[in-house]
Ligand binder design. Structure first.
Ligand code: GKR
Ligand code: MG
Length: 441
């Protein structure tokens, strides 16, 4: 470390809005648009060291980050997250956001924790690059060198994402039947070696989704844990029925994620399943999204696995607090994802590496993106045997490819998207009358 580095100041804060191609994936929210929006941040110190992070995209996120510019520029990266800490330390004081949290990444109450997280990760990368230490070793030290991720299959329409003359190859093809979904998973496993599966449901009739999980189980065997996540598309009764019919398939190291909306309903599903001797854990990134949700969740035994995500839980250190709290209450911890590139993947890997109580393989959307859109220098981050290896390099261990970043910015400037609206995409491309109905079944 140079003698001046610990007192260095941030001299520049660069915010890069980018658009990345995304295939037409289906969920209970609707349809993924041809482009997903992300934001890449750079903090540059007076020592000319650059810290980076990746977060949600679109106009609202950019405005939130811009609003912090005056605090960030001139700030000491070693102290900045302390200065901004009220953005996350207050979040457990009566914040009831889960009750209105319908589209991930779109609830205004999330804005503060998301924005803080983006700055925190860029500061940690900058500190790591200044001191020569990997981020995971700055936040407590790695407890694992390889972080396991699960395959994340979706029902999907034909297409690889992008528009006009910017189309991506459709690597996986259409998947709207149990058989084609199983093929998609086998293809992902062959390429990345995933050892567990998180399947996005809430799209087709529950009986078809039950059959899909049964076919996955038959194809992959009992050693591969299976999860299904319909994003709250079901009633309590349907959730119980699915839990009952998939007791064996989900019971072997898997879980049932957000089958129904709200803590009370989740608690009712749990109670009914347990009364029938079914112990499949219920997981959530919808019913529990902030510390304020945890007391009621514990009271109702509504959620046995919380999905952390540093992007919206308020950064890496809040995720570590969450893990500690989860352990105290004997709650499992998994990790949630949204569409993302390699900078986010590396940040996810670092926080996972330094979080002892991470009890499941993490989610990642990464297989759905392509090398054309990656902004990490050297290309896509490798996933081998289902794991990301946490590097010994300083910071997050990755740098930006500025040509690729410029292409991402161009795509953002050209495309018409400024926020995620999967319901509108569904009406545009699949069914002009489509509405998100909760519960649908
Ligand atoms: O990418 O459409 C999607 C997912 O449904 C995502 O938005 C969810 O936040 O992956 C997420 C989940 O586990 O609910
Ligand atoms: Mg989920």
């Amino acid at each position: 470390m140079s003698p001046t580095s610990a007192s260095t100041r941030i001299k520049d804060f660069r915010i890069h809005p980018i658009a990345i191609a995304d295939p037409p994936l289906r969920t209970s929210y609707g349809l993924h648009a041809p482009y997903a929006l992300r934001t890449i941040i750079e903090l540059e110190s007076e020592d000319n060291v650059i810290g980076i992070s990746e977060t949600y995209g679109g106009a609202a996120q950019i405005a939130q980050l811009e609003a912090l510019r005056a605090t960030v520029v001139g700030g000491n990266p070693f102290r900045l997250t302390g200065v901004l800490s009220q953005m996350v330390e207050g979040q457990d004081g009566g914040d009831t956001r889960s009750q209105t949290y319908l589209v991930p990444g779109e609830n205004p109450l999330d804005a503060t924790t998301r924005t803080y997280a983006a700055i925190e990760v860029a500061c940690l990368d900058l500190i790591g690059k200044t001191t020569g230490q990997p981020v995971c070793d700055l936040i407590g030290g790695r407890v694992r060198d390889e972080v396991p991720f699960s395959a994340y299959p979706f029902y999907k329409h034909t297409g690889g994402g992008g528009e006009g003359d910017d189309l991506r190859e459709d690597e996986y093809g259409e998947a709207l039947t149990p058989e084609s979904l199983v093929r998609q998973v086998e293809q992902m496993i062959a390429r990345y070696g995933f050892g567990s599966i998180k399947f996005k449901g809430g799209v087709l009739e529950p009986d078809i989704e039950i059959e899909t999980v049964k076919q996955l189980y038959r194809a992959l065997g009992p050693e591969v844990p299976l999860r299904i996540d319909p994003n709250s598309a079901w009633t309590v009764d349907t959730s119980v029925r699915v839990g009952r019919e998939l007791a064996m398939e989900l019971g072997r190291g898997g879980y049932l994620e957000d089958p129904t909306a709200g803590l009370e309903n989740m608690g009712a599903v749990r109670k009914q399943l347990q009364s029938e001797g079914i112990e499949t854990p219920l997981a959530s990134n919808v019913a529990v999204t902030c510390f304020a949700d945890i007391p009621r969740s514990v009271e109702l035994d509504a959620v046995q696995v919380i999905l952390c995500d540093h992007h919206y839980w308020g950064g890496m250190r809040q995720v570590q607090h969450l893990a500690r709290l989860a352990k105290t209450f004997d709650i499992g911890l998994s990790m949630h994802s949204n569409t993302h590139l390699g900078v986010s993947l590396m940040a996810m890997a670092h926080v996972a590496a330094a979080t002892p109580h991470l009890t499941y393989a993490c989610d990642t959307h990464y297989p759905w993106q392509s090398a054309n859109d990656e902004v990490v220098l050297g290309g896509r981050v490798g996933i081998q045997r289902g794991c990301v290896r946490v590097p010994d390099r300083p910071g997050l261990g990755v740098q930006l490819d500025y040509d690729q970043l410029a292409r991402g910015r161009e795509r953002y400037a050209k495309c018409n998207y400024r926020k995620r609206d999967d319901e509108a995409e569904m009406r545009k491309h699949v069914d002009p009358n489509w509405k998100r109905i909760l519960p649908r079944w």
